[in-house]
Design a protein around this ligand. Structure first.
Ligand code: G4P
Length: 528
């Protein structure tokens, strides 16, 4: 395994972003297969009995047939360890996905060749962009009829304002598909006919499109077309520039078929060759280098009640520096206390295993009883405080109404718990008794109601609230105080006590923004 000069083994910690149905699950399975990791039935798209066994605690998963919980998969290939952070793919349930993107160093964007850029892809891309997360693009499903490669590339470039560099080129698509041309190597990978329906990938060695060797296996029409298109592509797009990719300004584009295992090896090679190693992570007063000796990390996700018998939670920590060892005591600056991490879980191979050690870029699960919150730093060096874990302004705001008003205490506990997990946001209005929950998608409301009933025995429903949008407000203390005083009926506090302004609609919001220059209205709250 390659190691850094300091002895730290290298990692590629990444996520796959895509619109539902583009092929993220299929690609994940194929990456694991290539990496030799045994397929994790419960972790990818859990199917059949396995799925039910693992997800019993959350009825909603069964009803909707979707997974609303993220997981982590680790595999090795060519001596490099890859940590793939899976994200819920459903378009309604994305806040979790966004947070997961704070814990990765790069992303793979999967695009359906027939559909191009879809809304969810664009949203997730925007999050990557705000964090300068470099992106490798995989145009999937070339075994089916899709759009012209030029049209797809231009759409990516225009819609996302990115430079695109095709690294490979499909020789036909769908019925006319004959292989994939690799620009760097100048050769074509051909579909073989395998028993399991995969394309297998026989390589036709050549030295560029003009090489006559290509005529051996490609039809005349396909070869002529390839020569013409490859020539145009070389003239139309810039050369691959690693620095521009790392800065998030350029995306290398690979064509392939996850289903037929085509182009997957090239994708792994690209991750290995180009994707960044763990980067320094931003802190309150600078950044922490992965080679810094003190262990540090931050919690980007908390998953509750994996076992319904116990109120247990697993906090997912991304390690940012140092060499973590089991049993280590780490400070939690938000509480000023230290916790001993006796049973860390490393997500590897088929089962969850106890981790003896972990390195920057690794994710470890820490069982706890609610002490660890999303955004928390855990560290040996009390001076480190990671920043930048975002809360997103909710797009749906609802009043919570209890069926049994004597259950107020339980409701408050449940909402606070779930807000800590990052399942919902909760706002306490300055005036009025009804608490407001904020979510980014309708499905989160269903998850909330279901969990309130199952886990907290609280019957509640949601009513429309007068507000449809919320923004965190900040500025000089006296300006914020004045604004809060004059708009009391529209002010609430979030679970951390930070002031939030709620508006009826975008028009009202922009009206207030326009009249209050001293106040900043933000749709993303980064935890300080
Ligand atoms: P997602 O996680 O992004 O939502 O997508 P998923 O992998 O579940 O794929 C969505 C559908 O697209 C699946 O078909 C899958 O088999 C198909 N698919 C994925 N990659 C490719 C590809 O490279 N070529 C082709 N032709 N199809 C692909 P489904 O019928 O909806 O589901 P299933 O019954 O196959 O599970």
């Amino acid at each position: 395994m390659p190691t850094r000069p300091t002895g730290r083994p290298d990692r590629r910690t990444f996520a796959i972003i895509s619109h539902p149905d583009a092929g993220k699950t299929t690609l994940t399975e194929k990456l694991l297969l290539f990496g030799g990791a045994i397929h994790l039935a419960g972790e990818v798209k859990a199917r059949g009995q396995n799925r039910r066994a693992r997800s019993d605690w959350m009825k909603i998963e069964q009803q909707r047939g979707i997974s609303v919980t993220s997981s982590v998969m680790t595999f090795e290939h060519g001596g490099v360890t890859f940590n793939l952070l899976d994200t819920p793919g459903h378009e309604d349930f994305s806040e979790d996905t966004y947070r997961t993107l704070t814990a990765v160093d790069s992303a793979v964007m999967v695009i359906d060749a027939a559909k191009g850029i879809e809304p969810q892809t664009r949203k997730l891309f925007e999050v990557c962009r705000t964090r300068n997360v470099p992106i490798i693009t995989f145009v999937n499903k070339v075994d089916r009829e899709g759009r012209e490669p030029f049209a797809l590339l231009d759409e990516i470039a225009d819609a996302l304002a990115l430079d695109v560099v095709p690294m490979s080129w499909p020789v036909g698509m769908g019925g006319t598909f004959e292989g994939i041309y690799d620009f760097a190597r100048g050769q074509v990978t051909l579909p073989g006919d395998n028993d399991n329906g995969s394309f297998d990938g026989d390589v036709l060695k050549a030295e560029g499109v003009e090489d006559d060797a290509l005529a051996q296996r490609l039809s005349d029409a396909a070869l002529e077309h390839l020569r013409e298109e490859a020539g145009l592509a070389l003239a139309a797009y810039p050369e691959f520039d690693a620095d521009a990719y790392l800065a998030g300004d350029l995306t290398p584009v690979y064509f392939g078929s996850a289903l037929k295992e085509f182009g997957v090896a090239e994708l792994i090679a690209a991750l290995s060759d180009f994707a960044p190693s763990p980067k320094p992570q931003p802190t309150a007063d600078g950044s922490v280098d992965p080679d810094a000796p003190a262990v540090s990390g931050f919690i980007f996700k908390v998953q509750a009640n994996m076992n319904p018998q116990h109120r247990d939670r697993v906090a997912f920590m991304r390690l940012c520096s140092g060499r973590f060892k089991r049993g280590m005591k780490l400070m939690q600056p938000s509480t000023g206390k230290a916790i001993a991490v006796h049973s860390p879980i490393l997500f590897f191979a088929q089962n969850r295993e106890l981790a003896d050690e972990a390195w920057p870029g690794d994710i470890i699960g820490i069982p706890n009883h609610g002490t660890l919150r999303v955004g928390d730093t855990l560290t040996e060096d009390a001076a480190i405080q990671f920043t930048g874990l975002p809360n997103f302004a909710p797009e749906i705001l609802r009043r919570v109404v209890l069926a049994d008003p004597t259950k107020t205490k339980q409701l408050r506990k449940a909402l606070d718990d779930m807000a800590e997990e990052g399942v919902t946001q909760v706002f306490y209005p300055a005036i009025g008794a009804n608490w407001i929950v904020g979510v980014v998608g309708q499905l989160q409301l269903d998850v909330l109601i279901s969990r309130l009933q199952v886990e907290y025995k609280v019957d509640a429903r949601f009513e429309d609230s007068p507000w449809n949008t919320a923004r965190w407000i900040s500025g000089a203390e006296k300006d914020v105080e004045r604004f809060v005083d004059t708009h009391k009926s529209q002010i609430a506090t979030d679970r951390d006590g930070a002031p939030v302004f709620m508006a009826k609609d975008a028009w009202e919001l922009s009206f207030h923004e326009g009249r209050n220059d001293a106040i900043r209205f933000t749709a993303i709250k980064e935890r300080a």
